[in-house]
Design a protein around this ligand. Structure first.
Ligand SMILES: [Cu+2]
Length: 175
């Protein structure tokens, strides 16, 4: 009897796909504001631990600074922005485009969070959703690629491996 209950519980858990996905803690942020992105990683790849977490930085999310993590190496891949963005009186044309935490070991039965901070540029549009593609790498070449974005008429719930996203709200001073 106990076995049956555990099996049923495991099934219910596995069926709650939205819970198991890599996701962002805060799913909304105003245009023209600093945003702390907390990526929640709830499992590895098919039973294997996660050793690398890569986060791609979308256009318009600027001045990115990742938070170092004990036990993980941190790499900041810099590159040109799609356009020039105003940031506290300066014009930024380049910055961090990808953040890579590597060399760690997050067990498949463990949970962890990976954090970075940045700024949603003033020119972005309220109502738009900005996606942060995330790739989890595991031993033996296994990976979980959270890079799908919804097509017109779709929502992230329709996708098997949705990229975590943030829906932009109107800038605080716009009312
Ligand atoms: Cu999942």
């Amino acid at each position: 009897m106990l076995k049956i209950i555990i099996a049923a519980g495991a099934f219910a858990f596995g069926g709650t796909a939205a819970f198991a996905h890599v996701s962002l803690e805060e799913k909304e942020a105003p245009v023209g504001s600093t945003y702390k992105a907390v990526f929640r990683v709830p499992h590895g790849c098919e039973g294997k631990p996660t050793n690398v977490v890569r986060v791609q930085i979308p256009d318009g999310f600027i001045a990115v600074k990742p938070m170092p993590k004990a036990g993980w190496d941190l790499e900041k891949v810099r590159g040109a922005y799609a356009e020039s963005y105003e940031y506290y009186g300066a014009q930024l044309t380049e910055g961090v485009r990808e953040v890579v935490w590597s060399g760690g070991n997050l067990g498949d039965d463990e949970y962890d969070e990976f954090v970075l901070r940045g700024y949603f540029a003033g020119g972005l549009e309220a109502g738009e959703t900005i996606y942060f593609p995330v790739v989890q790498e595991c031993p033996e070449g296994l990976a979980e690629r959270w890079i799908e974005t919804p097509a017109a008429g779709q929502s992230s719930d329709d996708l098997e491996l949705p990229a975590p996203g943030v829906t932009l709200l109107e800038a605080a001073g716009d009312h």
